[in-house]
Design a protein around this ligand. Structure first.
Ligand SMILES: [Zn+2]
Length: 335
């Protein structure tokens, strides 16, 4: 047996690097309570703090086998620039998904107008950063912002990422404001297409899944964060029956381990379906790598090496190594 096995690097399609700071915090009865703690951390960020703390988090990601990351960034333009620098220093491929935020949250999240937002996107693109557009959510962006962003992404050929259907309350508020559910609103405003990634979609109903399937959009599932925040379970088998592609994200970065994200994803599916092998191992590894790269519009990203001498792999047959990785190893198995 060879000493190492080469694999495509894992791609983390959804990260908020600053939230790594919250990993030991246990306050908050639900998502909304956690969100208050998150806002407190976000309030204290400066470009310098982003530069140093993001580099540390990106180094942790690399050690865990992620070689590319989509940073969904909503804490200011100067901080977006230092996030790009932090990734360069750490040596991870980064796509900066610049968030549009019209209302709610903190002042530092918000742009005064949609044109101000698009100017920020342009400024980052001119600086050479790889950029995607990211209306934060239907909570944070009204319909006219979504329309403009959808149009801009289409014209410029950029990826579009947005949080949707993470929490039942968000769906109720969207129904009250627009009379439709979040993914229906995204369809109406021209935000769904093959370059669109819906982050979470935990509570998407069949109509919404049909819209995603019809448009070629994908879902980024963040199983460890969704578990940590009490979001619920993605209906994995239903999503796959619809033919909707999946990718993974570490989101709040409470834990950095792509194998654990994939194991949790398959674990959710097995518990829901009462059977094994709902998502075959080869598909899980694709979800963890190539599918994330597609979500970020990345053509190439570095590979990783699995250390066969690692004790977690002792005695494992060569043709069972990939399954052993997903079900029996932690990210320390990467050389
Ligand atoms: Zn997120």
């Amino acid at each position: 047996m060879a000493e190492t096995l080469s694999l495509p690097g894992f791609v983390n399609a959804h990260s908020h690097a600053f939230q790594r700071a919250l990993r030991g915090r246990t306050e908050g009865d639900d998502f909304w309570g956690w969100r208050d703690a998150m806002l407190e951390v976000a309030e204290g960020l400066t470009p310098e703090r982003v530069r140093s703390s993001y580099e540390e988090t990106y180094r942790e990601m690399l050690v865990a086998g992620y070689t590319a990351v989509g940073e969904f960034h909503y804490v200011g333009l100067a901080e977006a620039k230092t996030a790009v620098e932090a990734a360069e220093a750490a040596g991870i491929e980064l796509v900066l998904l610049l968030s549009a935020y019209a209302r709610g949250g903190l002042e530092r999240f918000r742009q005064p107008s949609i044109s101000a937002y698009l100017e920020q996107v342009e400024e980052l693109r001119v600086s050479g950063a790889r950029v995607g557009v990211a209306p934060h959510s239907v909570r944070a962006c009204p319909a006219d912002w979504l329309e403009e962003i959808g149009r801009y992404a289409e014209t410029e050929g950029l990826v579009l990422h947005i949080h949707a259907d993470e929490q039942p309350r968000e769906i109720e508020e969207c129904l009250a404001e627009h009379g439709v559910r979040p993914i229906e609103l995204l369809a109406q405003t021209g935000c769904l297409g093959p370059r669109t990634t819906i982050v979470h979609a935990t509570h998407a109903d069949d109509t919404e899944l049909d819209l995603l399937a019809g448009s070629g959009a994908r879902i980024c599932v963040c199983p460890l964060t969704e578990a940590n925040l009490g979001d619920g379970f993605l209906p994995v088998a239903r999503v796959l029956e619809h033919g909707i592609p999946l990718c993974i994200g570490s989101d709040s970065n409470v834990r950095l381990d792509p194998l654990e994200e994939l194991r949790e994803l398959e674990g959710i599916a097995r518990r829901q379906e009462l059977r094994r092998n709902v998502v075959p191992v080869a598909d899980l590894l694709e979800i963890g790598s190539a599918e994330g790269a597609k979500a970020l519009g990345l053509d190439a990203w570095p590979g990783i090496e699995v250390d066969f001498a690692h004790r977690s792999l002792a005695g494992v047959a060569e043709d069972e190594v990939e399954a052993a990785l997903v079900f029996g190893c932690g990210a320390d198995v990467f050389a």
